[in-house]
Design a protein around this ligand. Structure first.
Ligand code: IVH
Length: 691
C-alpha cells in the first residue's frame, strides 16, 4: 500500500513543507509528544523529494532530503563514521526497483541480503574501550551527537563489559519494550509527570534526561559493529571484511543484545522472493512483539557488496527500510466515556473519530484517569496522537496544540458513579465508585427493576444501594425473598412503603418471560431481542435447552452472538433456578415453542395475529386506550399481535402509528407512501391483544 505524497505546487509551498518537516523532525528527536505521525511525515518528505527532483537548483539547505535528520548541538561528540539514515520503500514493486538499482550499481545481482526488523527507537553509538563501555552518543545530525553516557547502566542488552577486552563501537537502537513503557509511565505519573505518548518518545525523553530522581530501564538491540581509532589493527581489518550477518553473530558473542534474541531474528536470504517472504513473516508477527518495529531493514550482507554500493550523504545505498504502516496517527477526540470496572474503578475512555492504524480501525483509546486528563489539558474536539502497538489497547497521547480551533470543549467529569449512581471516591488518582465491587450488583439490580424490565415500583437506585449495603440482597433472586421485617429495618422504610414494595415484588414475579430475560442483563439481549427470544422459545426451559444453532433461528441472532448468549445463560443457571424457585414466571404468554412437534407428529405453528407479516413504527405521543403505554409496551403489544416493531421508518415499514406531535417519522412515512394510523385506529386493530 502506498500512501499519497503531499503535492507541492510552488516554491512557497516547498519552503513551507521544508519548514514543517524540519520542525517535525526536531520535535521527534527531542522526544516531543505532539509530532506528526510517521505516515504524514513520510508523505511530506516524499512530496519534498518529488519537488526537488524537478527543481534541483532550488533545494534549500534545510531540506530533510539532503541531510540526516536531527541536528547537532554545540558540544556534541563527533562520530567516527557518519551515522546515516535509511531510504524507504513501501511495496514489493518499490523494493524490486531498489534491488535492480543496487545490482546496476555494483555490477551484479546482490549475492546475499540480510533481513532484520527495523526497531522503532533511537539510534545510539556505544563505545567500548578494551571491553569496557565508556561512552554513549546519540545520532544527532549524523556527524556528531549528544553524549548520553549518564544512561550507562540503565540499558538492558548493552553490557558494561564485553566478553572480550576489545575496543569497538556498537551501533544500534535504544527502545522501550511495551512492559518498560508501561512501567516508565507508571513511575513518571507517580512523580507527577505527564505520561509519554509512545514508547519511542519515552525512550528519547528518558535517554536524554540527566538528573532524574528515578531510573527506568530501556533495551538495546545492536545492528552494527565497527572499529574505533584505537581498535587493534587486526580486529579493525576483520570488522571491515565481515558480512553483516557475521558481525551480528560476533556482537552476540561479545554479549551485546541483537534481534537474534527475539521472535524475529535477523536472517539472510539469497533471492528477492526470500526477502519478501521474510518481510511478510515479520509483518505478521509485529502485533505480538513485545517492542515496536516500524519496518524491516534489508541490507546487502557481504562487505564487498556494501563497499561497491557506497553511501550517499543521507543514507547508504546498500541498505533500505521496507516501511510498515505507522502505528501512530492523529485523529480527533470526540467524546469521553466513563466505564466502571469490576472493582468499581471508573475509567475514562476516549471515543475517537475512527482512524485506521496498521490494518484496524480504532474508535476507542485509553485515557488514564481524570488527573491525567487535567494535566494534559485534553479537550473534546482536540486532535490527539493515537498510538497502537500490538494487542495493547490503543492509547491517547498529547493534544496537538497548534491544531486547536478554539471550538474545543472541556471534558466533563462524572459527579456520581455512571453505572450505579452512588458517590465517587476521588481521593486517589484512579476514581472509584463508593460501592466498590458491589457497584455492579447495584447497577444490575437497578436495571432489572427498571420500567422496561421487571417494573418494580419503589425500587430505585437509592433503595437498591440500601438493600445491598445492608447485606440483604446479593443477587436478583434475593429480592423476592425479602421479608416485611427486613424492609422495616431499613432507614426511611415505613410500613406503607414496605408493603408497597412487597406488592410490587409480588407483581414483578408475574411479568412475562421476555421481561425476566431482559432483567437478567445477558449481553446481546436488550428489550426487543429478549422479546424475540421469549416469543420464539415460549419458556425459559426451552431457551436454556437451545444450543447456538437453535438460537440462530431467532431473527437478529448471528453466529457470533449465539454462542455468547448460550454461554452466559449457562453461567447464570443457578440464578435462573433460584428465580424460578422464588416463583418468578418463566413463560411467555401467547407464545408457542418453535416447531413444537407433538408426540402424534403434528407441528404447532405460532398463532397469527392482526399484525402478522407487518413491520410497525410508533411515533409521537399515544392517546386514548394507548395513552399509558411506554414505547417498550407499545413494542410488546405489536409483537404480541404478530408484528415486528421497529424504531425507524424505511421502505420495509408497513404501518406507522402516528400520535400527537409526530414529526419526521410521520413525514417520511408520507413521503414513502406508507400506511398511517392514529393511536385510536391502531388500538381498534389490536383490541384483542390489549391487556
Ligand atoms: S541500519 C547505515 N538496521 O532506522 C545503516 N537501522 O530510519 C543505518 N534502525 O538510523 C542503520 N532498526 O536508527 C539499521 N536493523 C536496523 C535498524 C535500524 C532500526 C533505525 C536506525 C536508523 C533508522 C533509519
Amino acid at each position: 500500500m502506498t500512501t499519497p505524497v503531499v503535492q507541492i505546487v510552488d516554491a512557497a509551498a516547498y519552503a513551507q513543507a521544508v519548514e514543517d518537516a524540519v520542525k517535525a523532525a526536531a520535535a521527534y528527536y527531542a522526544g516531543g509528544t505532539s509530532t506528526p505521525d510517521d505516515d504524514a511525515y513520510d508523505r511530506l518528505v516524499r512530496g519534498i523529494t518529488a519537488w526537488e527532483a524537478d527543481h534541483p537548483d532550488q533545494v534549500l539547505p534545510d531540506s530533510p532530503t539532503g541531510k540526516v535528520a536531527g541536528g547537532a548541538a554545540e558540544g556534541d561528540v563527533p562520530h567516527t563514521v557518519a551515522m546515516l539514515s535509511l531510504d524507504n520503500v513501501f511495496s514489493p514493486e518499490q523494493f524490486a526497483a531498489w534491488t535492480a538499482s543496487l545490482a546496476r550499481r555494483i555490477g551484479h545481482e546482490t549475492e546475499r541480503f540480510s533481513v532484520e526488523p527495523k526497531l522503532d527507537g533511537l539510534a545510539i553509538a556505544a563505545r567500548y574501550t578494551q571491553g569496557r563501555l565508556t561512552r554513549l552518543i546519540t545520532r544527532g545530525d549524523g556527524i556528531a551527537g549528544e553524549d548520553v553516557s549518564h544512561a550507562i547502566g540503565t540499558i538492558e542488552g548493552l553490557p558494561d563489559e564485553l566478553a572480550e577486552p576489545v575496543t569497538v563501537e556498537v551501533r544500534g537502537e535504544v527502545l522501550m519494550t511495551t512492559a518498560q513503557f508501561e512501567h516508565a509511565n507508571a513511575v513518571r505519573t507517580a512523580h507527577g509527570g505527564q505520561p509519554f505518548a509512545t514508547p519511542r518518545n519515552a525512550a528519547a525523553g528518558t535517554l536524554r534526561a540527566k538528573d532524574r530522581l528515578y531510573t527506568v530501564p530501556m533495551t538495546f538491540f545492536g545492528y552494527g559493529l565497527l572499529p574505533l581509532a584505537d581498535t587493534e589493527p587486526v580486529l579493525a581489518a576483520r570488522l571491515g571484511e565481515l558480512a553483516h550477518s557475521d558481525l551480528m553473530a560476533l556482537a552476540g558473542e561479545l554479549g551485546v543484545n541483537t534481534t537474534a534474541s527475539t521472535a524475529v531474528p535477523g536472517i539472510t536470504a539469497t533471492t528477492t522472493e526470500g526477502v519478501l517472504a521474510r518481510v511478510r513473516e515479520i509483518a505478521a508477527l509485529r502485533a505480538e512483539l513485545p517492542f515496536g518495529i516500524d519496518g524491516i531493514v534489508i541490507k546487502a550482507d557481504l562487505a564487498a557488496d556494501q563497499q561497491a554500493a557506497g553511501s550517499g550523504s543521507r543514507a547508504p545505498r546498500w541498505a533500505i527500510a521496507y516501511k510498515l504502516p505507522a502505528v501512530e496517527k492523529i485523529t480527533r477526540l470526540l467524546e469521553v466515556e466513563w466505564n466502571v470496572g469490576r472493582t468499581g474503578i471508573i475509567a475514562p475512555r476516549g471515543v475517537l473519530e475512527p482512524v485506521e492504524i496498521d490494518g484496524s480501525t480504532i474508535t476507542y483509546a485509553t485515557l488514564h484517569n481524570p488527573a491525567d486528563i487535567t494535566r494534559r489539558d485534553l479537550r473534546l474536539g482536540d486532535h490527539v496522537m493515537v498510538h497502537r502497538a500490538g494487542d495493547v489497547i490503543p492509547r491517547i497521547g498529547a493534544p496537538v496544540a497548534h491544531l486547536r480551533t478554539g471550538a474545543e470543549q472541556p471534558i466533563e467529569f462524572p459527579q456520581v458513579c455512571p453505572r450505579c449512581g452512588s458517590g465517587i471516591d476521588t481521593s486517589e488518582e484512579r476514581w472509584r465508585c463508593e460501592q466498590g465491587r458491589n457497584c455492579h450488583l447495584v447497577a444490575s439490580l437497578s436495571y432489572a427493576a427498571g420500567r422496561d424490565q421487571l417494573d418494580i415500583e419503589g425500587l430505585g437506585t437509592t433503595r437498591v444501594i440500601q438493600l445491598v449495603e445492608a447485606g440483604l440482597v446479593t443477587d436478583l433472586a434475593d429480592l423476592f425473598a425479602l421479608t416485611r421485617d427486613q424492609l422495616l429495618s431499613l432507614e426511611r422504610m415505613a410500613e406503607t412503603s414496605s408493603d408497597n414494595l412487597l406488592a410490587a415484588l409480588a407483581q414483578a414475579k408475574t411479568q412475562p418471560l421476555s421481561r425476566v430475560l431482559c432483567a437478567l442483563g445477558v449481553r446481546g439481549t436488550g428489550r426487543s431481542m429478549s422479546r424475540r427470544i421469549a416469543r420464539h422459545f415460549a419458556t425459559m426451559d426451552n431457551i436454556r435447552a437451545a444450543d447456538a444453532d437453535a438460537l440462530q433461528e431467532v431473527e437478529g441472532i448471528g453466529a457470533e452472538k449465539a454462542p455468547s448468549i448460550v454461554a452466559e445463560l449457562a453461567e447464570i443457571t443457578p440464578l435462573i433456578d433460584k428465580l424460578a424457585a422464588a416463583g418468578v414466571n418463566m413463560t411467555e404468554p401467547g407464545a408457542t415453542p418453535p416447531s413444537a412437534v407433538a408426540d402424534n407428529g403434528t407441528v404447532t405453528v405460532p398463532a397469527a395475529g392482526p399484525l402478522t407479516g407487518m413491520t410497525v413504527v410508533v411515533t409521537g405521543a399515544m392517546t386514548g386506550p394507548l395513552e399509558q403505554l411506554s414505547r417498550n409496551q407499545m413494542n410488546e403489544l405489536i409483537e404480541r399481535a404478530g408484528g415486528r416493531s421497529s424504531s425507524s421508518v424505511s421502505k420495509k415499514t408497513t404501518l406507522v402509528v402516528a400520535g400527537d406531535n409526530a414529526g419526521s417519522k410521520r413525514a417520511k412515512a408520507e413521503d414513502l407512501g406508507i400506511r398511517l394510523a392514529t393511536p385510536d385506529e391502531f388500538a381498534a386493530l389490536v383490541a384483542d391483544y390489549l391487556t
